[in-house]
Design a protein around this ligand. Sequence first.
Ligand code: HEM
Length: 209
Amino acid sequence: MAWFLSNLRYVAWTALAVGALFLIYFAMGVAGYAFGDSVFWEALWRWTHVLVAIMWIGHLYYFNFTQIPNMAKIPDEQKPAIGKVIAPAALFWFRWGAMATLVTGLALAGNQGYLVQALTLGAMDDPSFAVPKHILIGIGMWLAIIMWFNVWFIIWPNQQKALNIANRYPDLDAAAKAAAGKTAMLFSRTNTFLSVPMLVAMTGASTLF
Ligand code: HEM
């Protein structure tokens, strides 16, 4: 068993295959939906959406609750292990997790037929009867879209400067690097803040309405 568990690729792909079979068994075998049914796709998008959201927010929380608070305790000569190896690898899964979360989230809303109604916060519904679910999930989607924007257009470009990832900024001086790192940290902390109310909307939309 160790030969299997020691190989991350084997574990990740097998877990995905088992998850997919599990979904197909319950959606088609037990619940009786056909492959093309909208509910089948909703189940698939929901599963993949939460899966990739864990990848994104898991790394966000790693940065904010583990890496950043402990950097000061690491001796300077050991800091490159984090800055040159761990952080760039974490940033890869972090930013692509964010992208996949956005795509699957929009697909999930589109699949349920309320993408435009949610993004316009119920304004496209009958004015006398704005659907509360559209308002709530719309707020959550906009909070998460702001977070996605912060990742791709503020945190990632600034981290590339702060850590000189892929040697893109070899000539940046220490002050400019520190400023970029500070900006990335502040927006990362903003996302940590936004993630909490955002999740009320994500999880509450199907529970409350
Ligand atoms: C990036 C933009 C995002 C969009 C467009 C989006 C969109 C959606 C939509 C449309 C739903 C279905 C709500 C419903 O009808 O019940 C949903 C559910 C959910 N989302 Fe997101 N989402 C995004 C980001 C996130 C993030 C960052 C997380 C973080 C963990 C997340 C976690 C969840 C969870 C846990 C559910 C509930 C699934 C359920 O109740 O079955 N989403 N999202």
